[in-house]
Design a protein around this ligand. Structure first.
Ligand code: ME8
Length: 666
């Protein structure tokens, strides 16, 4: 009989910057679900990909000074490489710039058009480039209600999608399929939004070129979200491979972060209804990783990258931490300290230590062969109790995996790790080993411990596949663990007499301080390739984020005379141009009008501002600094900014009233 299918997706990530821990989190969650479902006998397809069109990407490429094609190729490749390095079981990777994507998008659009849901109209209003979204009701000051960035006025002829016609059908969908949107709180938000009324949606743009051309009207490109969402269909053969399409569509699960729920839970089902295509079964919007209570994101520049963690502690440690620490659905704070504490406590001292202890004792007392249990288990009540606990944990863990409650699943599995540890401590095999009359008892105990370890390895496999597989093989299992059925796994199935492998440190203990420094150094290298350390002057941003080591700060209480302050000449400047510097993540090259001349200044503002946001901004410039070179680019002046939080995030100053370029600051 054919296996049932399970098709799940991650978001199709933007390629305006390299992937960080947030993107990795969703993809690790997807991989964990995929591995779990395979262990439940499903034919699983996991799709991810890159969202490469639209104004945001067009501008990012421009700021980097390269052609769009080159820019998107580079970042898409980084995504691919990262998923490979992390050994994620990705079955499909789709880029929105592939020819098959254009075919699929055209097909979906034309189906909706043939059904009368697309018309031509005129749009005049505000647009948020960051969110790639039309903003009907901007906040005061023209700010986007979602990201609070300035919106831009646009006026253009557009094609519209009749979203307004779908209000009732969408509400009916949410009512009749309560688990279509999860978690429940998110479903309520979406329902309230749709009940408030829906306006037609502009689905084409004429002001940009970087997109899929509108079929039959090439002055328009298709709205990026229409394009990106269709990727979920492209990857399973929509319009291309009927057999695959029939087999895998509709998707069983779209995993996303909560900020893109509206696109998935409102627009996407409406686009599909308009084209008369089946709807996905479930959308799960998870929470955010926060860093010092702010969302970890490209625009804030407070990203953590996954590679340093995986390289310092192993892929499984990264997976275990993100799934154990974050309650799925809610926000979670990332801290390196809790990462390292959990690593040592749960993995090194927990599972790792338990596995090597059991394997070492079987080597020591039974020459590396699994010893037999007592014939009828009579007289070994502790072993019987451990078997019962294993069965209970199996049931609990499966229920938690089904509910996508990874943290609870791990809590439950680790309660079995603790119970097995306690079982060994109480049974004291090292004492029994000294007394020949206790050999049978000893044999029973180590059999029970090995059976339980086998069980733990299998239950933990979706989250820590590499460690589990190692334990599994070390116990003498011949089959591949990934094909084991997690629900029918029997305690006691490990045959006595089989030979086990050598004990191996699966999660070696780390010195927290040393590991933290190693991770930090690798992080810095990713942020600023080529930099030896965060404080290296060569890698240091100019301006407020200037490194402490490069410019020794005076003691906090040291006073300077007014003459000293007068040496610093500051003026109001207007940013004329801003662009990225290849290979440098934190700094931007600006040209700034300071009244009587335009200066080139290299400023460490990239972690807080996109280059395009800076153009036209008034800034405070220190104009009499000796010129210096940063990353080989001459900087003639310094921009003043506040330095916020432990990372020294730069925040520009504003003026209470309008001031001309060149005005002096006193
Ligand atoms: O939104 N915490 O792409 P994107 C947790 N191209 N998850 C995070 C995160 C954080 N701090 N930051 C990012 C897009 N993510 C669109 C999607 S889909 C058809 C188009 C994860 O590169 C999370 O899954 O901005 C979030 O939804 C996604 O990355 C956003 O990725």
């Amino acid at each position: 009989m054919d296996k049932p299918k399970y098709y799940l997706t991650t978001p199709i990530y933007y390629v305006n910057a390299r992937p960080h821990l947030g993107h990795t989190y969703t993809t690790i969650v997807a991989d964990t679900i995929a591995r779990y479902k395979r262990m439940r006998g499903y034919d699983v397809v996991l799709l991810t990909g890159t969202d490469e069109h639209g104004q945001k990407i067009e501008r990012a490429a421009k700021a980097a000074g390269v052609k769009e094609e080159e820019f998107v190729d580079r970042i898409a490749e980084e995504y691919r490489q990262l998923w490979k390095e992390l050994d994620l079981s990705i079955d499909r990777f789709v880029r929105t710039t592939e020819p098959r994507q254009e075919r699929a998008v055209h097909r979906l659009l034309l189906q909706a058009k043939d059904n009368g849901y697309i018309y031509k109209g005129f749009y005049e209003g505000q647009y948020c480039v960051f969110d790639e979204m039309y903003v009907d009701e901007p906040l005061p000051g023209g700010l986007c209600p979602e990201c609070k960035r300035p919106t831009e006025r646009i006026r253009e002829e557009n094609y519209y999608f009749k979203l307004s016609e779908f209000q009732d059908r969408l509400l009916e969908l949410y009512e009749s399929q309560p688990d279509f949107i999860q978690p429940e709180t998110r479903r309520n938000e979406v329902m309230a939004f749709v009940r408030g009324g829906l306006r037609d949606l502009s689905v084409s743009r004429t002001s940009i070129k970087w997109g899929i051309p509108w079929p039959g009207d090439e002055k328009h490109v298709i709205y990026v979200w229409y394009d990106a969402l269709t990727t979920y269909m492209t990857g399973v053969g929509y319009g291309d491979d009927e057999l695959q399409w029939e087999k895998y569509w509709p998707a069983d699960l779209h995993l996303i972060g909560k900020e893109i729920l509206r696109f998935h839970a409102v627009y996407w089902p409406a686009f599909l209804m308009a084209a008369e295509e089946p709807l996905p079964k479930r959308i799960y919007a998870h929470g955010w990783w926060l860093f010092a209570d702010e969302k970890m994101s490209k625009s804030r520049g407070n990203m953590q990258y996954p590679q340093p963690i995986a390289r310092a502690l192993g892929i499984d440690a990264l997976r275990y931490f993100v799934l154990r620490e974050m309650v799925f659905g809610q926000d979670g704070n990332f801290s390196r300290d809790s990462l390292l504490t959990r690593y040592n406590a749960d993995l090194a001292n927990g599972l790792g230590n338990l596995a090597s202890r059991i394997i070492a004792m079987i080597h020591q007392y039974f020459a590396g062969q699994i010893p037999p249990p007592l014939a009828d288990n009579a007289g070994a009540p502790r072993s019987v109790a451990l078997a019962k606990k294993s069965a209970d944990v199996q049931e609990e863990a499966i229920a938690h995996y089904e509910a996508l409650q990874f943290s609870l699943a791990l809590e439950s599995i680790w309660s079995l790790v603790a119970a097995t540890d306690q079982f060994l401590t109480e049974s004291r095999p090292w004492v029994l080993a000294k007394d020949e009359s206790k050999t049978q008892e000893l044999s029973d105990i180590l059999n029970a411990a090995a059976q339980t370890l086998r069980h733990i390895a299998a239950l933990a496999f979706p989250v820590v596949p590499h460690a589990s597989e190692k334990i599994w093989l070390a116990l003498g299992n011949k089959s591949k663990l990934e094909f084991e059925q997690i629900d029918t796994l029997a305690w006691g199935a490990l045959p006595s007499g089989s030979h086990i492998g050598e004990p191996e440190a699966i999660f070696p203990r780390v010195d927290k301080k040393e590991a933290s420094e190693r991770i930090e150094a690798m992080e810095e290298e990713i942020r600023n390739p080529g930099s030896a350390a965060a404080s290296s002057p060569a890698s240091a941003p100019a301006a407020a984020a200037a490194p402490a080591a490069a410019v020794p700060a005076p003691a906090a209480d040291a006073k300077i005379a007014i003459e000293d302050f007068a040496k610093v000449q500051m003026r109001v400047g207007v940013v004329k141009t801003a662009e990225r510097i290849q290979g440098a993540d934190k700094i931007l090259k600006l040209t700034v009008d300071i009244g009587d001349e335009v200066r080139q200044i290299v400023a460490g503002l990239a972690v807080s501002y996109q280059p395009e946001e800076l153009v036209g901004k008034k800034v405070v410039v220190v104009v009499n600094l000796a010129p210096r070179k940063l990353r080989g680019v001459e900087s003639n002046g310094m921009i003043v900014a506040a330095s916020v939080g432990p990372e020294g995030k730069p925040v520009l100053c504003t003026f209470a009233e309008d001031v001309p370029a060149g005005a002096k600051l006193k």
